[in-house]
Design a protein around this ligand. Structure first.
Ligand code: SF4
Length: 330
């Protein structure tokens, strides 16, 4: 769509890009290559990350800092929300901010799940933020009794570590994970998602049998993957499962580039909390609060304490409060 707008615009390429992006509402982090220029652009809300790096004399632009690390480039800085950077040979990059100022709306789900733990996103270590999400959840679940904290690998691992350290309940590796199967909630069909879970995770009976566990995961989307995992745990003799989710219930779809399902497929949008607990098959089900999540995503330093709309984050899939107008095709 953006390329189409640019193709119809007149004038030099920078002007065509600015003219086109002024007509677009929502999330984008873009890189354009022309025969003589490289142009990077981030939307005025800054939904998605975008960083600038240096590799010798070359400039590098990437979504996540881990890409810079992998190629041996040095992080220079985050490209700011609403900033356009124009790179030309033999000159310093030119920065312009041609959009009206907008509230910052960084996607909090990047910290919860999407970004790689070895990245820094929005100025914070993703690994540290996820551990802090787990610590915050342990504080909100104070008094829970269990023999061990078990993560759903791999995305639940940092939060489970944080939970274990905060609660004092020992951390155990309860699953062996195959690394050859992709993210299950993005698989297009239920039958593929089910097959992926069984192929991906194998519970360790010797560790789990007869135990009361806190099972830590980052989020619940449809609930079908969690249900399958819990059935596997019951089959190896787990006595009690207390499911601890390091984000609030997902009640609304994302319109900012993440392929989450429509509302009627989101289990928390359709069922009451106790119905979700029974569907998944756990003894208790706990979610981190919106406030706890926003505070932890902000780096755990207590600077983010207000409602989602004041935090500098988008949390719309958890609150249904969208920072922009949304399409009405549901
Ligand atoms: S709706 Fe959710 S996934 Fe989408 S940008 Fe907002 S926080 Fe991120």
């Amino acid at each position: 769509m953006i390329v189409h707008l640019i193709a119809r615009a007149k004038g030099p390429i920078e002007d065509a890009i600015i003219h086109s992006l002024r007509q677009v509402v929502g999330a984008y982090s873009l890189l354009f290559l022309t025969p003589g220029k490289m142009i990077a652009a981030r939307d005025p809300g800054g939904f998605r990350p975008l960083v600038l790096g240096r590799f010798g004399r070359a400039h590098v632009v990437a979504s996540e800092t881990t890409a810079l690390n992998l190629m041996g480039a040095r992080l220079v800085r985050e490209i700011e929300p609403g900033e356009i950077l124009i790179f030309e040979p033999n000159s310093a990059p030119k920065s312009i901010k041609p959009f009206f100022r907008a509230p910052t709306t960084r996607c909090v789900f990047e910290q919860v799940y999407f970004a790689r733990p070895d990245s820094r996103v929005f100025g914070h270590s993703v690994q540290a933020s996820r551990q802090e999400l787990g610590r915050a959840l342990a504080r909100e679940m104070r008094g829970i009794e269990a023999d061990m904290v078990v993560p759903v690998p791999d995305s639940g691992v940092p939060a489970a570590l944080g939970f274990s350290r905060e609660s004092g309940i020992p951390f155990e590796v309860g699953f062996v994970r195959s690394h050859y199967v992709g993210r299950t909630f993005i698989q297009p069909a239920q039958v593929l998602r089910d097959a992926s879970v069984s192929l991906k995770l194998s519970p360790v009976r010797e560790t789990l049998e007869g135990k009361r566990i806190v099972l830590v995961d980052d989020s619940i989307v449809r609930g079908t993957t969690s249900r399958k995992i819990c059935r596997m745990l019951r089959r190896v003799g787990v006595r009690e499962i207390h499911m601890a989710i390091s984000s609030p219930p997902i009640i609304s779809p994302c319109y900012y580039g993440i392929d989450t399902p429509q509302r009627d497929e989101l289990i928390a949008a359709r069922r009451k909390p106790d119905e979700v607990r029974r569907f998944i098959g756990v003894d208790s089900l706990h979610h981190l609060s919106v406030e706890g999540m926003l505070r932890a995503a902000g780096g755990g330093d207590g600077t983010v304490t207000k409602a989602a709309s004041d935090s500098g984050y988008c949390a719309a899939c958890f609150t249904a409060e969208y920072p922009t107008s949304t399409p009405d095709f549901e």
